[in-house]
Design a protein around this ligand. Structure first.
Ligand code: NAD
Length: 478
């Protein structure tokens, strides 16, 4: 079903994110018949380009980032007709009056802030000053949303001067993943899981987001941020919320976000012994973190593992282990819900047997599998084995995983539809910073130094111990 006609302005329309995600995503929605014919996409950035130059930029982005089987010359040509370009300066007055003239008042207006965070407030101010945005317009704000609680509050206040909360779409692309939404369906549309979804039946939950890349090329930015700010405060925290939240009364934006907020507010402070920070070492001709960051004294973590406790009735006694890092063994994002052993076993104890686990795969391939124990087939006696009930989408859909709607395109379509469910509310972001800030301050006060770890490993040895000391173990990063 096509969305309503819209004008979408991409500030930072010539940037990396526009090239890799936003333009290819919009093209795929166009091919899927979801973009109405008179939709308009307006790139706006500092570069000296004309409309043809921008279409050329977009065509190359599609060729590079959209699966070849979706390259249809006619479709690409028709899509490019929707595109135009305006040169504007987010810090000055250039281009704004011209932009104001062309934005239609009788269609959905969306403004995507795909620029550095220091420009968010500047764009909001100018959209207001030049009367480009109205009370129904929407703004999409990229990460990072603040650097700490104070800056996040300041940014929220700045945006609130010009836009109502219902107009602000703070994007966290993890929330746009098919599996993340499926997690809500699995939890709240089945009777099977929810009765077990508490500390009586769940031993612990692991959330892992591992990357193989280092920070080379963006070391300067990353060194001021680190894994806690770059990954945990937003992506891992959002996943944690969806796993841990109470069933909302309705599937509407504020009901869902109210429940997520309650989870963040119930997070206990994390003691120093429950956190392991790491920095990757050099490996062959690959530089170390210190070299990538060009800061020999850097104490910024490129790896973080922590044990988190949610202080409420449902989760008392069930730890959540979070782990994320760069230059690890494999690129993988997953959530593992590890259930307890049955209270009494009637079978012989058996080496290597696992408990029931629900694994939610987010990256590289999306899907879920549920590990259950059955009898090993054959006449070999009553031996047990673990099997996975595979719910991988690629198989279910009979297509390759490339075809699953990318998170960005889903989220952009939600903006046009005016659905904020999968976007972070201002109070959620502030609550997350309020939890993160004292942890970071503790590292500074103690002069904490990250532990070195080998590139291509699963992180520092101490991170393994975080689980081992309690008789648990991380799932392999493979
Ligand atoms: P980029 O540096 O590649 O692009 C920046 C864009 O902003 C360019 O189009 C540039 O022309 C424009 N710009 C810069 N200064 C301007 C000014 N004064 N006036 C008008 N336009 C100006 O950055 P990016 O990687 O595309 O990232 C954009 C935003 O998205 C950032 O907030 C970033 O943190 C976020 N983000 C990026 C990625 C990614 O994969 N690239 C992922 C997640 C979030």
């Amino acid at each position: 079903i096509p969305v309503d006609p819209f004008d979408l302005v991409i500030f930072g329309g010539t940037g990396d994110l526009a090239k890799r995600k936003i333009i290819p995503g919009l093209y795929r929605r166009f091919v899927a018949g979801q973009m109405p014919e008179d939709a308009r996409i307006i790139g706006a950035a500092r570069s000296e380009l004309d409309n043809d130059g921008y279409r050329d930029f977009a065509r190359k982005a599609i060729e590079k980032y959209v699966h070849a089987k979706n390259h249809d010359k006619d479709k690409v040509r028709d899509f490019l007709k929707c595109l135009s370009y305006f040169r504007i300066d987010a810090l000055g007055q250039d281009g704004w009056k011209d932009l104001a003239k062309i934005i239609r008042k009788d269609v959905v207006q969306a403004f995507y802030f795909s620029v550095g965070p220091r420009l968010f407030g500047e764009l909001a101010k100018r959209l207001h000053k030049y009367k480009i945005a109205g009370p129904d317009s929407r703004i999409v704000v990229e990460k990072p949303f603040g650097h700490d609680l104070e800056s996040a509050k300041a940014l929220n206040a700045e945006l609130a001067e010009y836009f109502d909360e219902t107009q602000i779409y703070r994007i966290d692309h993890y929330l746009g993943k098919e599996t993340v939404q499926n997690l809500m369906a699995v939890r709240f549309a089945n009777i099977l899981f929810e009765p077990l979804w508490n500390s009586q039946y769940i031993d612990h939950i692991q959330i892992t987001v591992s990357e193989t890349v280092g920070v080379s090329g963006r070391g300067g930015y990353y060194d001021k941020s680190g894994a806690m700010r770059d990954m945990v405060q937003n992506h891992l925290m959002q996943l944690l919320c969806l796993i841990a939240m109470e069933p909302p009364a309705h599937f509407d934006p504020d009901s869902v976000r109210d429940e997520k907020l309650k989870v963040i507010r119930a997070l206990d402070p994390v003691p120093a012994e429950d956190i392991v920070r790491g920095q990757y070492r050099a490996e062959g001709d690959q530089p170390s973190y210190i070299e990538d960051a060009e800061n020999p004294d850097s104490r910024t973590e490129s790896f973080l593992a922590m044990k988190v406790h949610i202080a409420n009735w449902r989760w008392n006694g069930t730890p959540f282990y979070l782990r994320t890092g760069k230059r690890l063994r494999a690129r993988k994002s997953e959530i593992a819900v590890v259930f307890k052993e049955p209270p009494h076993s009637i079978f012989e104890p058996q080496e290597g047997r696992r408990c029931n686990e629900l694994i939610i795969h987010l990256q590289p391939n999306e899907g879920m599998d549920l590990r259950v124990t059955i009898k090993e087939p054959g006449p070999g006696g009553m031996r047990l084995m673990d099997v996975a009930l595979d719910m991988s989408f690629a198989e279910a859909l009979g297509e390759d995983a490339e075809d699953i709607t990318d998170a960005y395109e889903r989220l952009i379509m939600d903006v046009i539809r005016g659905n904020q469910t999968l976007f972070m509310r201002g109070d959620e972001v502030e609550a997350a910073w309020a939890w993160v800030d004292p942890i970071i301050q503790g590292w500074i006060d103690r002069g904490d130094r990250p532990k070195p770890y080998d590139a291509g490993s699963s992180g520092p040895e101490d991170a393994l111990m975080l689980m081992h000391r309690e008789g648990r173990r991380w799932r392999e990063i493979t």
